[in-house]
Design a protein around this ligand. Structure first.
Ligand code: NZQ
Ligand code: ZN
Length: 392
């Protein structure tokens, strides 16, 4: 087992009606002016925003609002949010929504608390010294951004999508009421569940040994999400299933599933971020479209890990370790199909990307990953091109 530090300071406030406790949570933060930041309107249609505004007004909090964070949230809106925070003297950000609203809030929080261009933090030019505190009301189980240190922002010009990790941005609290996810369309529910599975799988496919407990947690988490995603395709209002996947979303990406490992592979996320950047697709669906191709491309470098996955997660065995590994990959691919997730890029995007588009994605992936991605097999630009083509 490798050395590790686990830092998860976010207060999780989980269960039915817990958003009613927002006032008390904000009082603990001693904030005087709040920015409510959200997406394209689902919280207006569901009535959640009105309910939250009623709580803030009743408790005497001063606030401003900024909507418009889209999936693959844009830098241009982040700049707008930073200006608003500075003008209004905002000292706390409340993100209501999913990964996009939360990540956009984190970027605004860095920008409002530091001088200069916030994009510098994403390109690695310099590091932030501070970050405005933020809290979250989660409406989709997916990214784990509600307790995590990551945020992923897309620069409008060139659709350059880059993730940045810093503990400064971990939310102070995350209100997680599974009932708030009942209104999700099935595609978003499934896409979120794939993302949750993949945050654990990216860590699980590593080059480390002797992580019995972390492996057991990871395998249980993936199996649990698979079971409940399936139920939610039939029964979107099943509270128990919504609750299981929501809790899994946070645990999958708060670093617990990586304890004792080398950090994991993450090549699928790097490859997917370019698909999201170029075609603006749902992140989890993009991961489903690429995973099996990646797995078949790299599995021979770590057959025993893929064999363990096949046996302990997918419940399949074959005639040899390689056969078992391949059967496990095929079984997960079949599972993705069963929850109506795409298993090829053509299916994901609606057409086969041109050679020129593949070159653009591979080059952007090379730059963002500093020439090489993955630990199961170190992949370079040629490999990125081959995987995109094999995944067509
Ligand atoms: O914008 P609104 O109107 O709210 O609609 C959203 C959006 O269209 C809708 N939605 C959310 N909650 C809903 C709802 N619709 C009905 N009822 C509800 N309760 O769902 C759509 C997707 O929302 P979004 O926030 O984009 O989804 P997700 O949480 O999957 O976030 C995706 C973004 O996060 C990034 C992705 O790349 C992508 O940009 N990621 C962030 C990570 C992180 N911060 O750690 C890690 C991930 O690997 C990922 O890269
Ligand atoms: Zn993800």
């Amino acid at each position: 087992m490798e050395n590790f530090t686990l830092y998860t300071p976010t207060k999780v406030v989980f269960g039915k009606d817990r958003e009613q406790e927002l006032g008390a949570l904000l009082k603990e933060e001693k904030c005087s002016k709040i920015l409510i930041h959200y997406g394209s309107g689902s919280i207006i249609r569901s009535g959640l925003l009105a309910r939250i505004e009623a709580v803030l007004t009743k408790e005497g909090f001063d606030y401003v609002k900024l909507g418009g964070a889209v999936p693959n949230p844009r830098l241009s809106l982040v700049y707008e949010g930073i200006e608003l925070c500075k003008k209004e003297g905002v000292d706390f950000i409340l993100a209501i929504g999913g990964g996009s609203a939360i990540d956009s809030s984190k970027a605004i929080a860095y920008g409002a608390a530091n001088e200069g261009d916030v994009w510098d933090f994403y390109t690695g030019k310099r590091a932030p010294k501070a970050c405005l505190p933020l809290g979250v009301i989660l409406t989709i189980a997916a990214t784990g951004s509600e307790t995590g240190k990551s945020s992923v922002i897309t620069k409008d010009e060139g659709m350059i999508k880059i993730g940045y990790n810093n503990n400064l941005s971990r939310p102070k609290f995350a209100i997680m009421n599974p009932e708030l996810t009942y209104t999700l369309p099935p595609y978003q529910t499934a896409s979120g569940c794939v993302d949750i599975m993949m945050h654990t799988m990216e860590r699980y496919f590593n080059q480390s040994d002797n992580m019995e407990l972390t492996d057991a947690f990871s395998e249980a988490l993936i199996r649990t999400v698979m079971k409940h995603a399936k139920i939610l395709m039939e029964k979107p209002h099943c509270y128990e299933s919504r609750a299981e996947v929501m809790w899994a979303g946070s645990l999958s990406h708060n670093d617990l599933m990586g304890c004792g490992t080398d950090g994991g592979d993450w090549a699928c996320h790097k490859l997917e971020h370019e698909l999201g950047g170029l075609y603006d697709v749902a992140h989890g669906a993009g991961l489903a479209a690429i995973w099996a191709t990646w797995a078949r491309y790299v599995y021979e470098n770590r057959v025993e890990r893929f064999e363990q996955f096949a046996t302990n997660v997918m419940g399949v065995t074959g005639d040899s370790p390689k056969d078992t590994a391949l059967k496990g990959i095929a079984a997960l691919e079949d599972y993705f199909k069963s929850i109506k997730m795409p298993v090829s890029i053509t299916e994901l995007v609606g057409h086969a990307p041109s050679d020129e588009d593949i070159e653009i994605m591979a080059e952007k992936c090379r730059i963002v990953s500093n020439n090489s991605a993955g630990v199961i097999k170190k992949l370079n630009k040629d490999d990125f091109i081959k995987i995109y083509k094999l995944a067509l």
